[in-house]
Design a protein around this ligand. Structure first.
Ligand code: AR6
Length: 199
């Protein structure tokens, strides 16, 4: 219920244009073995890098993709157009433009159902973290990839997300990185939180 009240408050604030306070009341919980969870809109994240759940042509208009393009501005579209697309399970990096985040990592989640969708979803998290490490990024916010338009069941997607991020952190324990799941959907928040508590 608290999640629903916060979502309504967030909508009220957005509709009334009081955007500068909307980052003040989000909750950040953790760390759960190095991983955090937040109910904040990812476009407002204070992390050095945010991850975009996009499509193969790196040109979206709805969901998280649309929100990131609107917040980052036209220059982001222009840079994305030079990247030659992105395959499912892979990741590409751009600047963050008008976002607080310095970088955006764009990854393409699998549609559900599809061949190897479980492996491909896990690959999105690992590929994004590999790229973050390559660019010396030390804080990164993830959305719940594929759980919107691409219809991945939320419970299974949450298990895969937590497992793949946790595995990556364990395998890269020489590298200091703060990973945040940025989750505006109360049901997903609860599922991710529950998985994180089991670590
Ligand atoms: N902050 C955090 N999470 C968000 C936000 C936000 N501002 N907005 C949405 N979400 P989706 P997909 C969550 O559909 O399933 C796009 O149009 C949302 O609650 O954006 O990977 C692309 O262009 C959901 O749980 O991504 C592709 O064509 C999650 O983000 C396609 O949709 C992902 O929802 C990608 O589909």
């Amino acid at each position: 219920n608290l999640g629903k009240i916060l979502m309504s408050l967030r909508d009220y604030i957005r509709q009334n244009g009081i955007s500068d306070v909307s980052s003040c009341y989000h909750s950040l919980s953790g760390p759960f073995d190095g991983i955090w969870i937040s109910d904040q809109d990812i476009t407002l994240s204070g992390c050095e890098c945010i991850v975009n759940a996009t499509n193969e042509v790196l040109f979206g208009s709805g969901g998280i993709d649309g929100a990131i393009y609107r917040a980052a501005g036209q220059e982001l579209r222009e840079e994305c157009a030079t990247l030659g697309g992105c395959r499912v399970g892979e990741a590409k990096l751009t600047k963050g433009y008008r976002l607080k985040a310095k970088y955006i990592i764009h990854t393409v989640g699998p549609r559900y159902p599809s061949e190897n969708c479980r492996e491909n979803l896990a690959k999105c998290y690992a590929a994004s973290l590999d790229l973050a490490r390559k660019y010396d990024i030390h804080s990164i916010a993830f959305p719940s990839i594929s759980t919107g338009k691409f219809s991945y069941p939320k419970k299974e997607a949450s298990e895969i997300a937590v497992k793949s991020v946790h595995t990556w952190i364990t395998e890269n324990d020489d590298y200091d990185i703060k990973v945040v799941f940025s989750c505006v959907d109360p049901k997903l928040y609860e599922l991710l939180y529950t998985r994180l508590c089991c670590l």
